[in-house]
Design a protein around this ligand. Structure first.
Ligand code: IDP
Ligand code: MG
Length: 169
């Protein structure tokens, strides 16, 4: 009996933890300039994910170099940093079950030419160098990116009223 209760509790807390996965999403300068911020946020809201943090900032080249440090050796890196620092961006944190992977699905392929219709990049942009949105590619990189762009106080703890209608547990 105790064992059964314990295993039910453990299944429950594992499901709760899975629902708390977080990803880092950012509307890039072209997305902001083209007035697509609301449309992009709406995609994540309508899916059922929970907004945990959001801000509007003009990021420094230094921050962007850190954000894209994995790509520092690529020929497009200087252009990428210039593009990303050319105007304000909207960094966000979204939470939910498999949000990292599903977030990437909502974004579409890196190159909009390969992004499926219905995805953000597939519907709203044309070239890889102006692909309007960033999304973390793994839980580990998500945690790194969240810590780079937000401090603990900016990550808001709250319970959406819709929770029981989005998740069965
Ligand atoms: P991702 O944004 O889909 O994760 P990454 O390979 O991590 O794609 O590349 C980061 C960003 O660098 C892309 O979103 C895009 O803005 C830019 N980028 C990637 N490949 C190219 C390229 O070949 N030319 C110009 N920019 C590129
Ligand atoms: Mg990437």
């Amino acid at each position: 009996m105790v064992c059964t209760l314990l295993s039910i509790f453990s299944l429950f807390s594992r499901a709760m933890a899975a629902n708390k996965e977080r990803t880092f999403i950012m509307v890039k300068p072209d997305g902001v300039q083209r007035g697509l911020v609301g449309k992009i946020i709406k995609k994540f809201e309508q899916k059922g994910f929970k907004l945990v943090a959001l801000k509007f900032v003009w990021a420094s080249e230094e921050l962007l170099k850190q954000h894209y440090s994995d790509l520092a050796g690529r020929p497009f890196f200087p252009g990428l940093v210039k593009y990303m620092s050319s105007g304000p961006v909207v960094p966000m944190v979204w939470e939910g079950l498999n949000v990292v992977k599903t977030g990437r699905v909502l974004l579409g392929a890196t190159n909009p030419a390969d992004s499926a219709p219905g995805t953000i990049r597939g519907d709203l942009c044309i070239q890889v160098g102006r692909n309007i949105i960033h999304g973390s590619d793994a839980v580990e990189s998500a945690n790194k990116e969240i810590a780079l762009w937000f401090n603990e106080k900016e990550l808001v703890t709250w319970q959406p009223a819709t929770q029981a209608w989005v998740y069965e547990d």
